[in-house]
Design a protein around this ligand. Structure first.
Ligand code: LIP
Length: 263
């Protein structure tokens, strides 16, 4: 890995953990009423904005030539390398005082994800990867699972109001008909991370945005998972469906309704 990328990976790991500490300080108590709605079931808290401001400022100071794109503020800066950030992924959980949320930092060169760091502070986990450098959880190498039978697999299906309930139910029916265990956790980045770690065998969602997946795409690749081409077409600008899975299940999950094939 080049020295500039090594410096960016080290900075991203430090900043993701510091951003996670900030999020934990700002996490609301259990209960409702601590978030605003951006759209149907699409939440935002003060912490989302505060964490994004923190990361944008620190990255601008450390790497002024780099671009920055955040979920809340959009594309703030352009550059040959571009940070793509979800300040709090799993906001619906975070807003209720729950622990299944994370800070996600990806660094891309054009449409090539080069660095990914995900910090899950309530889980005390930081996962990172660089293209060609392997994937790591708190310093231990991680690998996708070796599951090969759908009847023994666990699949998380992400959900949002960005696609129809009918299409989501078709997916649920197919997964359940295969005898696969079905999960839903409310954080796409953490679901994709669990595939890379081997804790589940697949994650699929009819639509995610670039900031949800930019870090996870590098981590999944380096962990040996199979992933659909999220950046195909206008995926980088308008989002896309995604299937990420253990390599032994890519064929079985190559025809999920409404979703691209894992490669
Ligand atoms: C969320 C994703 C989740 C998706 C939600 C939302 P956020 O990201 O992690 O998979 O289903 O609609 O996009 O809003 O918590 O950063």
């Amino acid at each position: 890995m080049t020295e500039p990328l090594q410096a960016r990976l080290a900075a991203a790991m430090d900043l993701a953990e510091r951003a996670g500490e900030l999020a934990m300080e700002m996490r609301p108590p259990p209960g409702s009423g601590h978030a605003a709605l951006k759209g149907p079931q699409d939440w935002v808290t003060e912490a989302d904005n505060a964490v994004e401001r923190f990361l944008s400022g620190e990255l601008a100071a450390a790497f002024p030539e780099d671009g920055f794109q955040g979920e809340e503020g959009g594309i703030a800066r352009a550059g040959p390398l571009r940070w793509v950030v979800d300040p709090i992924d799993g906001t619906a959980n975070f807003a209720r005082g729950a622990g299944r949320f994370c800070v996600s930092l990806g660094c891309m060169q054009g449409n090539i994800p080069l660095i990914g760091v995900i910090a899950a502070p309530a889980q005390r986990e930081t996962v990172w990867a660089s293209r060609g450098g392997g994937a790591w959880l708190n310093g231990d190498a991680i690998h996708a699972a070796d599951t090969s039978a759908v009847s023994q697999a666990i699949m998380e299906l992400g959900w949002s109001r960005r696609r129809s309930n009918a299409d989501y139910l078709k997916l649920c029916e197919r997964i359940l008909a295969d005898g696969t265990g079905l999960r839903h956790g409310g954080s796409g980045a953490l679901g994709l991370l669990d595939v890379a770690v081997g804790r589940i065998d697949g994650y699929a969602e009819l639509h995610l945005n670039l900031w949800d997946v930019a870090a996870a795409l590098v981590i999944l690749r380096e962990a040996g998972a199979r992933v659909s081409d999220f950046l195909a077409g206008d995926g980088a600008t308008n989002g896309n469906g995604i299937v990420a899975c253990a390599p032994g299940l890519a064929a079985a999950w190559s025809d999920l309704p409404g979703l691209p094939k894992p490669r």
